[in-house]
Ligand binder design. Structure first.
Ligand SMILES: NC(=O)c1ccc[n+]([C@@H]2O[C@H](COP(=O)([O-])OP(=O)(O)OC[C@H]3O[C@@H](n4cnc5c(N)ncnc54)[C@H](OP(=O)(O)O)[C@@H]3O)[C@@H](O)[C@H]2O)c1
Length: 250
């Protein structure tokens, strides 16, 4: 599938300072979109701004804050909204979690998706807009060492489905899709998780990765996101992402 040209459109990406979000922001920029990158780390956002020759708009903010969601949606009215930001879970078996560590991804990942999706429906974004939320393969497979992470990512998939239903019911023409990438060491979050699972199985990281099979590169996540946004062949719904590409999750 080839990506279409996003020239003139605005894309807002949360968690764009590193990892998948940074690659998604770069891919949308390369596709011609005016990109707004939001995260808390000002230095990393500034380095991305330089990498993209100053074309990027950067906003230093906590995306779980409802005021940030409401004001940035009104200010930028993005045609493409990528809700990618996510906290790094504490990697420990369930009995070593506290309620606070267990619920970290609910407080950050789920709260941010809830706030921004709500604002996208209420504004509403223009017909033909697309909202992509970052769930995870863990939403299907579970993730026993990361507390509430897998449940939080499953909730994100449900919120996205509910929003797609509301968009259809009200004739808003906003497409809501969730992306479920498979675990990869390409990012800080993924590397930390793989190290924890390898240690639990008494394996070196390399041995564990050999068992896991080929991993996604961040650039593949960026390209898949552009493809998802560009083609209405990808109807509202959830899509698993592996190095073999995108496939719908039933
Ligand atoms: N890596 C994997 O294997 C994998 C697999 C499936 C799904 N995912 C999901 O993909 C998304 C990106 O993960 P990643 O692997 O790229 O992780 P990462 O390298 O740790 O990056 C996370 C990004 O989220 C931002 N962020 C976190 N909390 C934030 C907050 N409160 N406000 C604003 N920005 C915030 C971080 O920016 P600042 O720190 O600068 O704020 C950073 O840019 C996450 O939702 C993750 O759960 C990852």
């Amino acid at each position: 599938m080839t990506s279409s040209d996003h020239t003139g459109s605005t894309a807002l990406v949360t968690g764009a300072s590193r990892g998948f979000g940074r690659a998604i922001a770069s891919a949308l920029d390369a596709d011609g979109a005016k990109v707004v990158a939001v995260a808390r780390d000002a230095a990393l956002l500034s380095s991305l701004h330089d990498e993209l020759n100053g074309r990027l708009t950067t906003v230093v903010a906590d995306v779980a804050d409802p005021v940030v969601a409401g004001s940035l949606i009104e200010q930028h009215r993005p045609n493409t909204l990528v809700l990618n930001a996510g906290a790094q879970p504490l990697m420990r078996p369930i009995q070593y979690q506290t309620w606070q560590t267990f619920s970290r991804n609910w407080d950050v990942d789920v709260q941010h998706v809830f706030n921004w999706v709500r604002e996208a429906l209420l504004l509403p974004l223009d017909p033909g807009s697309t909202v992509v939320t970052m769930s995870s393969g863990a939403a299907v497979a579970g993730s026993p060492l990361s507390g509430g992470y897998a449940g939080a990512k499953a909730a994100i998939r449900f919120i996205t489905e509910y929003a797609a239903g509301e968009s259809e019911r009200a004739g808003l023409g906003i497409r809501f899709v969730s992306l479920l990438p498979r675990l990869t060491t390409a990012t800080d979050l993924g590397s930390m998780a793989v190290a924890a699972y390898a240690a639990r199985d008494g394996l070196e990281v390399g041995e564990y990765l050999a068992r896991l099979g080929p991993g996604l590169a961040s650039e593949e996540v960026g390209k898949a996101t552009v493809d998802l946004v560009a083609s209405t062949e990808f109807a509202a719904g959830a899509y698993l992402l592996t190095p073999a590409g995108l496939s719908p999750v039933r």
